[in-house]
Design a protein around this ligand. Structure first.
Ligand SMILES: Cc1cc2nc3c(=O)[nH]c(=O)nc-3n(C[C@H](O)[C@H](O)[C@H](O)COP(=O)(O)OP(=O)(O)OC[C@H]3O[C@@H](n4cnc5c(N)ncnc54)[C@H](O)[C@@H]3O)c2cc1C
Length: 479
């Protein structure tokens, strides 16, 4: 029976490891099962708080391995979950009854400097792409963290430091290679398999397993970027000032306002350890993405003028200056490797003073809270405008993206953080936008919170067409 014909239902009885020997003989990739000595390492996600217990972990070497794995899963009534890194592992649950398909061996970065595109394998991380592109004087629309997977980020949208002037990263994807849930090897572009192309650009990984993706890159070398640090006691005044500053802000600037309780850990610089801070970090584009010559000194002076109102607030540390775009991955101080983390994020339409009061009561300097950080990214600009020919997510709703969370090394801290985050999000509900951003939702979210009705109908049609048996399980399913 083919995948398309067989109704898939998940069995909660793990398949006997011996059955996987048969799969191991059929693929070039690696098959790991609970009987392996290193199983407790192999099954880990980047987010160490996600206790994933799949039936097996398969690391395919190429698209043919992916297809064989899908057929195997179908034969044995298992579902398949693709994972690049596991940054978004929390919404997946324990993965019982599923094969975890780890894409890390699907590597390869092919840069075409003339066409200004790059093709990357599904296992490639942003840091590797950024470094490879910098050697050609090019950059891509990477997010804040170098160890996020390129494909997972693009499937959800992709908010880079250039997003306010260039839109979502996924709007710059030109081709996606995937094995559909019903086992077809497809290349999706604006002209071929266009509904799959639409669905995969923002609609998550619901329709198949992506094996490679091609996207546009830009002739940009430098950026004006950095961070300003203030004591958290000034959060009320600073958040109001930052919010006002963002209202008429030029699209070239993208910043994030952070309430941060810095952990008292040895690898944190001593003068910051244990401090409660407000951090405003971000980037201002000073080169034209077209590669057209610009007067960099003039653009830098523009960036300085643009940031002057923030500087006038008197940070005790200010690192803003010209830097290579390839160093933007250091800016946001995201953890350099796997950590146990719990959090969630939503879109906000507005941040009036009433909302600031509510937020600071729960997470400000005087709050007793397990939250390590609350990040508020200012969006709008080109992110508010539907990109012509864009995919399922081609704009973001609201003016701000808020993410709250912290480190959760044990089950008690997971529970405490879930409760603290839920309280903050509930208190801010009067200002919530019409839809949230998939990549920032780290708890299972109903699909109608992520997509408008017409988009959701199109995505469900794509699911029926490319994964009719429902073999593929993803971080945010469509029901
Ligand atoms: C520290 C940190 C910083 C971040 N910074 C940003 C940021 O600046 N901007 C931003 O937009 N987002 C950011 N994110 C969110 C990030 O984009 C999402 O978590 C994204 O889903 C991560 O992709 P991944 O491949 O690394 O994660 P994974 O958990 O491996 O993948 C996420 C989901 O994508 C799907 N998927 C992945 N690979 C495939 C595949 N090959 N085929 C089919 N489906 C697949 C699956 O459904 C999977 O569950 C950040 C997250 C963290 C934790």
């Amino acid at each position: 029976m083919s995948i398309a014909e067989s109704p898939v239902f998940t069995t909660l009885v793990p398949l006997h490891p011996a059955a996987y020997s048969e799969l191991a003989a059929r693929i070039d990739g690696v098959v790991s099962t609970p009987s392996d000595v290193d199983w407790n390492t192999v099954r880990l996600a980047w987010n160490l708080s996600a206790d994933q217990r799949p039936d097996a972990v398969i690391a395919p070497r190429h698209a043919e391995d992916v297809r064989t794995t899908l057929y195997f899963a179908d034969e044995h009534q298992l579902r398949v979950v693709a994972q690049g890194t596991g940054h978004l592992a929390s919404p997946l649950g324990d993965l019982a009854g599923s094969i975890l398909l780890r894409t890390s061996a699907l590597t390869g970065i092919t840069i075409d400097p003339d066409a200004l595109t790059v093709r990357v394998g599904a296992g490639v991380l942003w840091g590797d792409v950024t470094t490879a592109l910098a050697e050609h004087g090019l950059m891509a629309l990477a997010g804040s963290s170098p160890d996020v997977g390129v494909v997972g980020y693009l499937l959800g949208g992709g908010v880079s430091w250039f997003a306010r002037s260039m839109g979502l990263a996924t709007s710059h994807v030109t081709a996606i290679e995937a094995v559909s849930g019903d086992g077809r090897m497809l290349r999706a572009t604006a002209d071929e398999e266009s509904e799959l192309f639409f669905a995969l650009r923002g609609g998550g990984g619901n329709y198949g397993i992506v094996t490679a993706v091609t996207f546009r890159v830009f002739a940009v070398r430098d950026v004006y970027a950095g961070m300003m640090l203030f004591p958290m006691e000034r959060a009320d005044e600073l958040l109001s000032a930052w919010e006002s500053w963002t209202r008429e802000l030029d699209e070239s600037a993208m910043t994030c306002f952070r309430l941060m309780r810095v952990p008292d850990l040895p690898d944190v610089p001593e003068f910051l350890r244990g401090q409660k801070l407000v951090i405003i970090d971000g980037a201002v584009a000073i080169e034209q993405a077209t590669g057209m010559p610009v007067d960099e000194a003039e653009r830098t002076a523009d960036a300085v003028a643009l940031l002057a109102p923030l500087r006038a607030l008197g940070p005790f540390l200010d690192t803003f200056g010209v830097m290579p775009v390839s160093r933007l991955g250091e800016l946001h101080m995201d953890p350099p490797g796997p950590v146990p983390a719990t959090g969630d994020g939503v879109n906000l339409d507005e941040l009036p003073h009433a909302a600031i009061d509510v937020l600071l009561r729960l997470a400000g300097p005087d709050a007793e809270t397990p939250l390590m950080l609350v990040d508020i990214r200012h969006i709008g600009g080109q992110l508010a405008v539907a990109m012509p020919g864009g995919g399922a997510v081609n704009r973001l709703h609201g003016r701000f993206l808020l993410f709250a969370g912290g480190m959760s090394p044990d089950p008690e801290s997971v529970d405490a953080l879930h409760a603290a985050v839920a309280t903050v999000l509930e208190a801010l509900s009067p200002w919530r936008a019409a839809a949230d951003y998939l990549n920032f939702r780290e708890v299972r979210t109903p699909a109608d919170r992520l997509y408008p009705v017409d988009t959701l109908a199109r995505l469900r049609a794509a699911k029926r067409r490319y994964d009719p048996a429902g073999l593929i399980r993803s971080a945010h399913p469509l029901h």
